[in-house]
Design a protein around this ligand. Structure first.
Ligand code: F6P
Length: 361
């Protein structure tokens, strides 16, 4: 049994991180008698001048409903850079990290993060350092797990935003556009769009035709609905174009909503407004589901380590937490299936994805 384990959070924060940390500490101490050290600011905390914090039961008391992460996080660590329009992770200074872990008496790691962070965790596994990953991202784009914690809270927030936009859109006969996060996948837009009764959902997996989107607005006008609610994923692309970045060099997506707003006004003469939901989707308290999933992931991650597993990630499959190889977890991103059940259901109830041939689908 390990005497002391390290815990770190990496990548963009997500509601539920503190629930995971709390469950890890409670399970490690209460069930297995292991001590816990929190590594601050992702892997940065075990590089150079290390910065860590002791995590005892008192340290995690009261943090379950708190947003963010008590350990701090980084989504652009000093050892990552963007090259050729793709995020690459150069070899982490792994020797330095392993040496520091030894000095700190940390015998195993639990790494909570998304694709990039878990790819680094896999490097520790390759060097035979015991590590278990916990999948986190509001984008829900990790293929080896049915859900990541943080996603459900993000959908709740986006759905509430759509509900609120609905009443103001209807009052003013406007076209309201809500831009949501999700990187290059449309999970948040699809789920919130369906739950918040959007008329048009634009997602990266279904390149959209601007004309097809206008058709939907005009068709609604004809049937007496003089307003339209559109939810657009930040990574949505118009057919034959590239995603829109607010910062191309840093690969930060953003801007597609206001781009569409200008064109809608120019083409239809209707007033249009764009709301970018941004980091409101990530900040603040996790919903009940994410607290529960985060807690279950955290406890299972400790059990996996205690059972001698390493190089694994906890994952949700058919309602049960299982473990899968970390290497598999970071291999492929999970995209919305363009002919899957959810897209089909959305179309059946009249939601448009503004595909070029939408009316024939
Ligand atoms: O991956 C989570 C996420 O919130 C994405 O949806 C979004 O594109 C990105 O992170 C934003 O990153 P940052 O916090 O650097 O603005």
């Amino acid at each position: 049994m390990y005497k002391q384990i390290g815990i770190l959070t990496g990548g963009g924060d997500a509601p539920g991180l503190n629930a995971v940390i709390r469950a890890i500490v409670k399970t490690a101490i209460g069930e297995f008698g292991m001590k816990c050290i929190g590594i601050e600011d992702s892997f940065e905390g075990i590089l150079g001048e290390t910065h860590t914090v002791k995590l005892n039961l008192k340290a995690v008391s009261g943090i379950l409903p708190r947003g963010g992460t008590i350990l701090g996080t980084r989504n652009r660590g000093s050892f990552t850079k963007v090259v050729d329009g793709k995020t690459i992770i150069p070899e982490m200074p792994i020797d330095e990290a392993l040496e520091n872990l030894k000095k700190l008496d940390i015998e195993a790691l639990i790494v909570i993060g998304g694709e990039g962070t878990l790819a680094i965790a896999e490097q520790f596994n390759k060097r035979s350092f015991p590590v278990i990953g916990v999948p986190k991202t509001i984008d829900n784009d990790l293929s080896a797990t049915e859900l990541t914690f943080g996603f459900m809270t993000a959908i709740d927030i986006a759905t509430e935003a759509l509900d609120r936009l609905h009443t103001t859109a209807a009052s003013h006969d406007r076209v309201m556009i809500l831009e949501v996060m999700g990187r290059n996948t449309g999970w948040i837009a699809l789920h919130a769009g369906m739950a918040g009764s959007a008329d048009v959902i634009l997602i990266p997996e279904i390149p959209f035709s601007f004309d097809s989107m206008l058709d939907k607005i005009r068709q609604r006008e004809k049937t007496g609905s003089r307003f339209t609610n559109i939810v657009v994923a930040e990574g949505a692309v118009e057919v034959g174009t590239q995603p829109i970045y607010m910062d191309k060099e840093a690969l930060r997506l953003g801007g597609v909503g206001s781009h569409l707003r200008r064109r809608v006004e120019a083409e239809t003469g209707k007033e249009s407004r764009c709301v970018v939901l941004g980091h409101l989707q990530r900040g603040g308290s996790p919903n009940a589901f994410d607290r529960m999933l985060g807690t279950n992931f955290g406890a299972n991650a400790v059990r996996a380590l205690a059972n001698g597993q390493t190089g694994k990630m906890v994952a949700l499959k058919a309602g049960e937490v299982i473990t899968v190889p970390l290497a598999d977890a970071v291999k492929n991103l999970k995209n919305v299936s363009v002919d899957g059940q959810l897209v089909r259901t959305a179309r059946d109830i009249g939601i448009s994805f503004a595909a070029p041939n939408e009316s024939k689908l």
